[in-house]
Design a protein around this ligand. Structure first.
Ligand code: FE2
Length: 535
């Protein structure tokens, strides 16, 4: 059977304070074709191990300065620790057990015959190279899986999370910074310092100092000196020309090793990744750099895809919003309705301490809440008399149609649910799902109040608008039946603000050239993520 190390150059370190034994083993193992280095004790052995990697360590137990057990303890956490055979003059079970517990693979007892040495070395090397291949395979598989996961993601945050987790797993460092050009990349030979950067970090501690330090130091120094010269690079602390990079003015951090990767997509430089080791035990190696290169390359492609995908989704949302607003302009009676609903909804949401993200989603839902009316005939929408049951049935389809229009946009899942449920009633008698109480999404319950209030205070072809007091009385009347009573209570508490908003709204029968709309920062088709300010 072919040995798994047959094509490898095998390096063995022999450690013993008995010169006679060292000499015999040195000669014999060289005869067998191995490369042999000798040391007289543990301290010398550590020096040899610092100089080069060994596949096998043959060490005596009892030696001056540092014994064999301590030597094994000291090296077992090393990335490329050799497999160890212990040599002992005491053939006791206990010393053998202790050695094996310590991570030693096998032991030889003095005096030994050379055939025993040959067999033990052969077994140990077989295990050593099999294990190394196994580790390599496991690492490659883990990297492959991580890169596949990255490639399958279309949400930037998810790509970032998998990238950071994988890099942290393989390097054992949590000090990771990703700089991205947010304009879609620059020519590969341009100066990266000129591009518009965004910084994403994963740091060992939430330290403001680190956050401030990263953007200032690394892009400038790294880009200027080396970054543009290569796709990936390791910066060594021992390189005197890099003292500025490793110097920490605060003396709080000891930078040990820095590794960078450039991110490229479609031949454009889109960013770079910086890894910093603060621990002497974590030193970036070329092997690690080569392994991670594949992952970072995949991440660069995936990040570019998320950017393109986001652009596509944004364009779709912009188009749909434009349709929603255009739909209202066809009918002077509902002109400005969705924006007004957005303002009333925002008033309630602010009193409920909505986060800015939730507020933005609510207002987007308000703009889009009746988008399904695109699928309802103009004749029915513009009737100047109360609806028949059949016509009302067709109108009742608009939440469902709205959901179908928005369903392709995964980023609008929350908004879509609100659009679908904005005609549910607190008592379960609404449509389309007949949900009741807290089963109705909160944002849909808010929109229901805002939508009804704006409808009541707007003129229709078949009726005059209700006054403020009349409309508020209707809301009070519907609380606990049509509307969430707590939300109505919140709304009623702010009559002065509502009155101001109402007085600033465009007159419902007036065409669009009339009085200015009261929400100064209503969302334009080009700025969807901003919230509408109704102040
Ligand atoms: Fe509606």
């Amino acid at each position: 059977m072919e040995n798994s190390w047959q094509n490898h150059e095998v390096n063995i370190l022999v450690v013993d304070d008995d010169e006679g034994i060292v000499e015999i083993l040195d000669d014999y193992l060289r005869e067998l074709g191995y490369r042999v280095v000798c040391a007289a004790n543990g301290v010398e052995a550590l020096e040899r191990l610092d100089e080069k990697d060994f596949d096998l360590l043959l060490t005596d137990i009892n030696m001056p300065k540092m014994n064999g057990m301590e030597l094994v303890e000291r090296i077992k956490t090393r990335e490329k620790a050799p497999t160890t055979i212990m040599i002992t003059a005491y053939a006791s079970i206990q010393s053998a057990v202790d050695a094996l517990k310590c991570g030693v693979y096998d032991y030889l007892t003095k005096p030994f015959v050379l055939d025993e040495v040959k067999n033990a070395v052969s077994r140990a090397l077989e295990k050593h190279f099999l294990q190394r291949e196994n580790v390599n395979l496991k690492e490659m598989m883990a990297l492959y899986r991580a890169s596949e996961v990255i490639s399958s993601r279309f949400v930037f945050k998810e790509v970032l999370e998998v990238l950071f987790d994988s890099v942290a797993y393989f390097t054992q460092t949590d000090f990771i910074a990703l700089y991205l050009d947010d304009s879609g990349g620059i020519e590969a030979d341009s100066d990266f310092r000129l591009c518009r950067r965004k910084l994403f970090c994963r740091l060992p501690t939430a330290d403001r100092y680190l956050l401030n330090l990263l953007p200032k130091r690394f892009p400038a120094v790294v880009a200027e000196k080396y970054f543009l010269c290569s796709s990936s690079r390791i910066f060594s602390k021992n390189d005197a020309s890099l003292s500025g990079l490793f110097k920490d003015d605060s003396n709080r951090f000891n930078y040990e090793s820095i590794m960078t990767f450039s991110l490229k997509a479609n031949n454009r430089l889109t960013g770079f990744l910086v890894l910093v080791s603060l621990s002497p035990e974590i030193v970036f190696t070329d092997r690690l750099r080569r392994l991670l290169y594949m992952l970072v390359s995949k991440a660069a492609g995936a990040i570019e895809n998320t950017r393109l995908y986001d652009n596509l989704q944004r364009q779709y949302v912009e188009t749909v919003e434009s349709f929603a607003l255009a739909l209202e302009t066809k009918d002077s009676y509902t002109h400005g309705h969705s924006r007004q609903v957005a303002c009333y909804a925002a008033l309630i949401a602010r009193k409920l301490d909505f986060s800015s993200e939730k507020l933005a989603a609510l207002q987007q839902a308000a703009i889009l809440h009746d988008i399904g009316k695109i699928g309802v005939s103009d004749t029915i929408l513009n009737l100047s008399r109360p609806l028949t049951e059949g016509e009302f049935q067709e109108i009742r389809e608009h939440p469902r149609k709205g959901r179908d229009i928005l369903a392709p946009i995964s980023s609008l899942a929350t908004v879509t649910a609100v659009v679908y449920h904005h005609h549910e009633h607190w008592n379960g008698k609404g449509y389309p799902a007949g949900l009741s109480g807290f089963d109705i999404p909160l944002m849909a319950r808010i929109i229901a109040v805002a939508d009804a209030f704006d409808a009541m205070t707007s003129q229709r072809p078949y009726r005059l608008p209700l006054s403020l007091d009349e409309a508020l009385a209707e809301l009070r009347n519907g609380a606990g039946r049509q509307f969430d009573p707590e939300l109505v209570a919140v709304f009623l508490k702010h009559k002065d603000e509502i009155e101001l908003m109402l007085s600033n709204r465009p007159l419902s029968v007036q065409p669009s050239g009339g009085k200015n709309y009261s929400c100064p920062a209503a969302p334009s088709a080009h700025n969807l993520s901003e919230t509408i300010s109704c102040d």
